[in-house]
Design a protein around this ligand. Sequence first.
Ligand code: ZN
Length: 158
Amino acid sequence: MFVSKDDFKFNAAHFMAYPGFRERLHGHNYRVSVRVRGALGEDGYVVDFGDIKKATRSICSELNERTIIPMKSDCVEVKRRDGQIGMLCEDGSRFSVPESDCALLPIVHSSAEEMAAYICARILDSLDAVHRRKVAFIEVAVAEAPYQEARYSTELGR
Ligand code: ZN
């Protein structure tokens, strides 16, 4: 199965940071697509397209018009205080963004690669037990620009 919809998208701000390097804050119009392989169930489905669409749209809306905060960063110190998210970078730069404008993600870098892995895990979490059991392979692609995307895939032991 392959699902790619016009509304599988979000606009978000981010900057890549790793020790010794930081990008300037900038944004992308991200697009998401999902590929699933698995056993056909008695209901005629591997996974209901509707379930994949619902999960993906909901994650996209959580990320839309947010600043992506990589909570596990090894070089950006992230602090929550008085409804603000503060980020202190290695080079001494500071950012402060209202928490409601942020998406706090359990990732080290806000790369398309790590965001694809995060979205993949969230989609799997959203599937009910029956459908999750039938998924043998799932791949999530996150494009930050046309023809520039990262794909994360995982094989699930069954
Ligand atoms: Zn970028």
